[in-house]
Design a protein around this ligand. Structure first.
Ligand SMILES: *Cc1c(COP(=O)(O)O)cnc(C)c1O
Length: 389
């Protein structure tokens, strides 16, 4: 069986977790949390990085920081994970879904302005597959309409847009370290604060509404309840695992991009024949190989591909079911203008096994299985074997 995902291990995780146990400091905000904070800050150039228990929670802190109230409107793509919307719905906001671009599957920046009303508070671009949204345009729209931008960069650590790290361009940015992402801690996330105005309050919200962080830095002589907040700091055990991954991020990234590139070159011929479409990477961005997908004809063909791969012992999967057509999406939001691409393009996506330990042999098996599905095996077997291996 070729699994769809296998979580990455670099080798140092167990040593750092043992260190946490030896230090008898298992709750949050110890040595490893601090190491991760510094690493993220130095690597990305954000003003302040805070580890959170998930990207979902980093998005929730963002909604609290922006003082989202009942009746506010938040603009985002419908092609995303539920947390992008839920974080704001929890504050009473209404979600305004904007169509995606068929090439990157990211929010169509040219359709955002049409969706803005006098209730709009923020735009939440989602960098699908670690490929950046058109951030210059989005930041320009936000500036002209006085809106906040929260980047859902759950999938985007180490990706760039015009040389800038994803998560550092909007007022706030969020990462996920969930097991299914590139660099992980099991469950976990981070909030990136790029606008200094939010730093003090973010620390308070993350610490159950107290000024405990200032107290530990000796800035106040006791800590008390200051604001609303919740429990958003991960355990040191999670931070220790994460730090081992961050320290080795270049090796993890290189390996992942290598797998992604093998798939890409292996499938180019099939794309030339017109059977499938491969992911598009704009030349202004560097991506992190988070997802390898191909687009087939339609929903029916996709079901057949997933079934055929399963019969060959290969796990593959589709991705987000558009939020606007889900029961909660219908209740908490509306689609701005027409859904030209969101539903149609999301139904064409097949995601293939992608993880650091996948062998060249298994990659070739997956490629061959797709060629076989389209009945092109004999013509291509030699050429893609020669090209990729
Ligand atoms: C994974 C993901 C999330 C949620 O991340 P968690 O850390 O599991 O909360 C949010 N948004 C997007 C786009 C994601 O891919």
């Amino acid at each position: 069986m070729i699994n769809f995902n296998v979580s990455p291990v670099t080798g140092k995780e167990i040593e750092y977790i043992q260190d946490v146990i030896n230090n008898r400091h298992l709750s949050g905000n110890g040595k490893y949390t601090s190491l991760c904070h510094n690493w993220i800050k130095n690597k990305t150039g954000t003003k302040k990085a805070l580890l959170t228990t998930s990207c979902t929670h980093a998005l929730e802190i963002s909604a609290l920081l922006l003082d989202i109230q009942s009746g506010d409107e938040i603009i985002m793509p419908s092609y995303t994970f539920v947390s992008t919307a839920n974080a704001f719905v929890l504050r009473g906001a209404e979600i305004v879904f904007v169509d995606i671009r068929p090439d990157t599957m990211n929010i169509d920046e040219t359709k955002i302005e049409d969706a803005i009303t006098d209730k709009t508070k923020a735009i939440v671009p989602v960098h699908y597959a670690g490929v950046a949204c058109e951030m210059d345009t989005i930041m320009d729209i936000a500036k002209r309409h006085n809106l906040f931008v929260v980047e859902d960069a759950a999938q985007g650590l180490m990706s760039t847009y015009k040389g800038k790290m994803l998560g550092t361009i909007g007022h706030l940015g969020t990462f996920s370290f969930h097991e299914t992402k590139n660099f992980i801690s099991g469950e976990g996330g981070a909030l990136l604060i790029n606008d200094e105005r939010f730093i003090d309050r973010a620390e308070i919200i993350r610490e159950k509404g107290t000024n405990r962080a200032q107290f530990f830095r000796g800035q106040v002589d006791k800590y008390t309840w200051q604001d609303i907040g919740s429990s958003y700091s991960p355990s040191e055990l999670n931070a220790a695992y994460l730090f081992a991954q961050l320290e080795n991020i270049d090796a993890l990234l290189t390996k992942r991009l290598g797998v992604w590139n093998s798939y890409y070159s292996g499938f180019e011929e099939l794309e030339d024949y017109g059977y499938i479409e491969l992911p598009y990477i704009p030349n202004t961005v560097e991506h992190n190989g988070h997802i390898f997908y191909l687009k087939c004809k339609d929903l029916n063909e996709r079901s057949n591909i997933i079934r055929a791969l399963k019969n060959s012992g290969i796990q593959s999967t589709f991705h987000f079911v558009p939020l606007h057509s889900s029961p909660a999406g219908e209740k908490f939001g509306y689609f701005s203008n027409q859904d030209n691409f969101t539903t149609r393009e999301s139904e064409r996506i097949v995601r293939l096994p992608l993880y650091n330990d996948i062998t060249d042999e298994d990659i070739q098996k997956v490629i061959e299985a797709i060629y076989t599905f389209y009945g092109r095996k004999s013509i291509n077997a030699d050429s893609f074997a020669a090209r990729t291996y």
